[in-house]
Design a protein around this ligand. Structure first.
Ligand code: SF4
Ligand code: SF4
Length: 338
């Protein structure tokens, strides 16, 4: 483990050193939102105003659209896309790094998914602790923290005029080594960082006691609650597309002239066509079944398979829902009414 300090005056040199060694991704402002994008050298890479990215950094390791292979129509040969590059994600929030850990299990539990695993193994994550948690955060209800290091290679904490950086993995130590010229050795900043994280934990206002939710979800399968909580849903899919632990995808062929590519793209269980069978039968015909599935997948099915809740409490599904459907309200009702 190495502990370093980055003076904010040295920010540009730090960013450039990271970008010289690897493909660098960081949060970029796009209209009113932030999303992760590759550093091109001509954008402001500062993190001063950045709160959280509306599109989580899962998009770096599980791209919204990813080419699986290329082909020519009428030809049996296929070719693979370009080899993936070593990447570093700068400024991921700790909950989003914990979410990558959750998604990792899905892509290697029965078969190894070579596309995802290559991306993931070649990606290092520098996380930025949340000094000021956001209004819908509830990570502390799910074993998380504004300074959690799970899924991170380096933890970074904003100390005002400088950042404190601590490597969590060997990969993290190597990354700090790459940027050594911009960094100084830490001397006591670690305890200041711990205090900031503890203070931030105390600022989290929302919470849920998850004890017994899995069992209640099983028992309350047919409860009228599901009709009630899903009535306003528009089926837009924002809650799933923007969720850092959602990972469903669809596979399609795209052909232009004789050039074809097979690609996979994000899909959402909140869409009607997601479970539509060729026969016309749909086992989840209405938003009631889809909402029940979204909640059950995170708080029941994933728990039964991996002994862990597949939600990190980032609050994005609450913030992004256009009709204010709130997962914490649903979970509270599950606890109280089922
Ligand atoms: S379910 Fe909602 S709160 Fe939980 S990880 Fe997904 S977007 Fe965040
Ligand atoms: S974001 Fe809200 S309206 Fe859109 S699918 Fe999710 S619950 Fe329904």
């Amino acid at each position: 483990m190495s502990e370093k300090v980055l003076q904010k005056a040295n920010w540009s040199s730090f960013v450039q050193a990271l970008a010289d060694a690897r493909e660098l991704w960081f949060p970029v402002k796009d209209g009113p939102i932030y999303k992760f994008a590759p550093y091109s050298g001509d954008v402001d890479a500062g993190l001063e105003e950045y709160a959280y990215s509306s599109v989580p950094p899962k998009a770096v390791v599980l791209p919204q659209t990813e080419t699986m292979f290329l082909y020519q129509v009428g030809d049996k040969e296929t070719s693979l896309p370009e080899e993936k590059k070593e990447k570093v994600v700068l400024g991921a929030r700790p909950c989003d790094a914990r979410a990558m850990d959750i998604v990792d299990r899905v892509f290697q539990w029965d078969e190894d998914d070579p596309y995802y695993l290559e991306n993931r193994n070649k990606t290092a994550v520098i996380g930025l602790a949340c000094n000021e948690p956001f209004v819908n955060c509830f990570c502390t209800s799910l074993d998380g923290s504004p300074g959690s290091t799970q899924g991170l290679d380096v933890l970074m904490v904003d100390l005002g005029d400088k950042y404190y950086l601590r490597s969590v993995t060997d990969k993290g130590s190597r990354i700090l080594g790459d940027a050594e010229s911009a960094l100084e050795d830490a001397s006591g900043e670690g305890s200041q960082a711990e205090e900031i994280i503890k203070e931030a934990e105390g600022k989290i206002k929302r919470s849920i006691d998850t004890e017994g939710i899995r069992e209640k979800l099983e028992e309350g399968w047919e409860a009228p609650l599901w009709d009630e909580v899903s009535r306003a849903c528009l089926g837009c899919g924002a809650c799933t597309f923007l969720c850092p632990t959602c990972h469903c995808f669809d596979i399609q062929d795209e052909v232009e002239g004789f050039d074809g590519r097979r690609c996979r793209m994000w899909d959402s269980c909140m869409f009607g066509e997601y479970t539509l069978h060729t026969s016309g039968h749909n086992p989840r015909p209405s938003r009631k079944e889809r909402t029940r599935n979204r909640i059950s997948h995170k708080y029941r099915y994933y728990v039964e398979k991996f002994d862990k809740i597949a939600c990190v409490g980032c609050g994005r599904c609450i913030t992004s829902c256009p009709v204010n459907i709130d997962i914490l309200d649903i979970l509270s009702r599950v606890k109280e009414e089922l």
